[in-house]
Design a protein around this ligand. Sequence first.
Ligand code: AMP
Ligand code: MN
Ligand code: MN
Ligand code: MN
Length: 279
Amino acid sequence: MNFDLHCHSTVSDGTLSPADVVARAAANGVTDLALTDHDAIDGLVEARDAARAAGIRLIDGVEISVTWSWQTVHIVGLAIDPCSDVLAQGLQAVRSSRHHRATAIADRLAQIDIHGTLEGAYRYAENAALISRTHFARHLVAAGHARDISDAFERYLSAGRPGYVPHQWAELTDAVAWIRASGGVAVLAHPGRYKVSADRMDALFAEFKAAGGGAAEVVTSSQSLDQLGRFGTLCTRHGLLASRGSDFHEPGEGQFDLGKVPSLPHALTPVWSALPARP
Ligand code: AMP
Ligand code: MN
Ligand code: MN
Ligand code: MN
């Protein structure tokens, strides 16, 4: 079995269509794939058809943007019901502020004499409702302002950089509640990315668990393998299951391709033990 429980398509900030993500995952040996686009579930129908054709299982997923203690934190929902009204309304509310933030990012970049980035970013956003910093990054690279995506973030788009705009996403407790209302399992995404002290990380795990969270990502592209023990220990201490996902966005970008993530440590209980059995 090869579970990849975190990835993106053109419905958010990935470059492959949902069907192409599924086909690539299947070719890479993934047996069970969760498509987890940011704040949107519009890719799941296409992904499900592609998964059937490829003979792999699609797990309905989403990745919700949350603000916790002035930090952006991402919460993945697995085995959600795409027809849930509660979830749909919550995601709609999160998405609704993206355009306004995008105009503010473009205004800030214009102040350092980088013009035309709003139009530039939207050209990369197949789903305009999901305009994201990644689309700005792709435009900044194409326009010669950065070497690659991560350089664009480091120079312009990360917290504290000239194109960064602080933003209020969903509440942690709300995001977990929407996922649970839709029958899903809430997973704390890539904890290694959050710039918080060890005490605050422990508090994040505790609050997430108290809110009804079920698991945390232990093996993922955006945290190094030497953090594996640290987050495995936090899962065990807080009674959370462990998840594994590539956080794939684009061929050739990121640490791991679809399905190419290292295995979970054997001592941890995988989140798939809590997912519905294969049909
Ligand atoms: P947004 O939701 O619009 O703030 O965009 C967040 C997305 O930006 C993440 O999901 C990543 O795909 C991408 N991202 C954030 N930081 C970086 C980084 N340092 N390097 C590459 N991609 C990043
Ligand atoms: Mn992303
Ligand atoms: Mn994320
Ligand atoms: Mn992601």
